[in-house]
Design a protein around this ligand. Structure first.
Ligand code: UFG
Length: 344
């Protein structure tokens, strides 16, 4: 049995590849290298000789995806491949729908057309599908109404709807698929061994931005909004360590049964403000950097953190990294060793 990891050369996908290889699974990773890194695949291949197949291809190339499934006897798909910048999705909505929605349809069509149809599918959804949850829905449960406020969020919500219809059709046809949709909160940190890590161009995420400032690669860090209705006036987010996030995928793959689609939020259940991230980063790195208070960034919800009860009780998931300093520490190790990402 082989697991296909789409977007396997990206930040989260490469951590999934690493974990699956460690667990002894046969893995085929597929990536178009638009934002993924061939170097990550090379490092993981070297660390696990003969266990990883890497295919450079676009998910919209259905023929290639299907051939990959047939060549390797793919049983399970972890579908990470997507564009994932909220701001960019506002200026390039068609690009986002093409990659995230058409791309998903292409992969699902291949799942059905494969000589042995794919039996398990784990989808990277997002808490962006909730948009701005009402105050009485924070912490956010899976039952919170989904009402995205960005094209990115809509692509993920459309993805969930497509997947539910796909799963229903498969069940009606007597070949049910085990489908899990994982709605990620803010993913952070790097592999604890330091082999692979986060390397985005452009980098806009809070923790890497602050670490780049600590390294002197940025002259300052902007705080986007200091007048939010939160204790220190800055936005609050739930930062889940990438290895804990992958744990959720592995549990989903093992535990979710064919037939009824399952959706889970993945976040540690605790929120940290932008100022808390900055303070923790100063402590972890022991470096100073300039902070500039700026206006709000459009579309930022003031407060988002997870109600993690469903995933805990149904999948037995529990975050191992709950200490912010520890989460930032894993990212810091990677950034110190690779200030220019995989180029260094
Ligand atoms: N922030 C700053 N300065 C920066 C960067 C970020 O103040 O230089 C703030 C943001 O305004 C926000 C918080 O830090 O309040 C976190 O911002 P990120 O850009 O790191 O993450 P987002 O919460 O915007 O986005 C994340 C994921 C998306 C997902 C979204 C759901 O990256 O994929 O959560 O809300 F869709």
């Amino acid at each position: 049995m082989t697991v296909l990891v789409t977007g396997g050369a990206g930040y989260i996908g490469s951590h999934a590849v690493q974990r699956l290889l460690r667990d002894g699974e046969r893995v085929v990773a597929l990536d178009n290298e638009f934002r993924g890194h061939a170097k990550a695949m090379q490092l993981l291949s070297q660390a696990h000789p003969g266990k990883l197949t890497y295919v450079k291809a676009d998910i919209n190339d259905r023929t290639k995806v299907l051939a990959t499934m047939d060549d390797h006897g793919v049983h399970t798909v972890m579908h990470f491949a997507a564009l994932a910048y909220v701001g960019e999705s506002v200026s390039q909505p068609l690009n986002y729908y093409h990659n995230n929605v058409s791309g998903l349809i292409s992969v699902l069509a291949a799942c059905d057309a494969a000589r042995v149809p794919v039996q398990k599918f784990v989808f990277s959804s997002s808490c962006a599908t909730y948009g701005q949850p009402p105050a009485n829905m924070i912490p956010v449960p899976e039952t919170c109404p989904q009402s995205p406020v960005s094209p990115y969020g809509w692509t993920k919500l459309h993805g969930e709807h497509i997947l539910r219809d796909f799963a229903a059709a498969r069940a009606n046809a007597g070949n049910p698929i085990a489908l899990t949709m994982l709605r990620y909160f803010n993913v952070a940190g790097s592999d604890h061994t330091g082999l692979i890590g986060e390397d985005h161009t452009p980098e806009t995420h809070m923790i890497p931005v602050v670490l780049q400032a600590a390294l002197g690669l940025r002259s300052e860090v902007g705080i986007f909004g200091t007048d939010y209705p939160t204790p220190d006036g800055t936005c609050i987010r739930d930062y889940v360590h990438v290895e804990d996030l992958i744990d959720a995928h592995v549990l989903a793959m093992a535990k979710v049964k064919p037939g009824t689609p399952a959706a889970y939020n993945v976040g540690i259940g605790k929120g940290y403000s932008v100022r808390e991230i900055i303070d923790a980063t100063r402590k972890v790195t022991d470096r100073q950097f300039k902070i500039v208070e700026q206006p709000r960034r459009p579309g930022d919800p003031p407060m988002l953190y997870n109600d993690s009860r469903k995933i805990s009780s149904e999948l037995g998931w529990k975050a191992k990294f709950t200490d912010l300093h520890e989460i930032i520490g894993t990212a810091w190790r990677w950034f110190q060793k690779h200030p220019q990402g995989y180029r260094s």
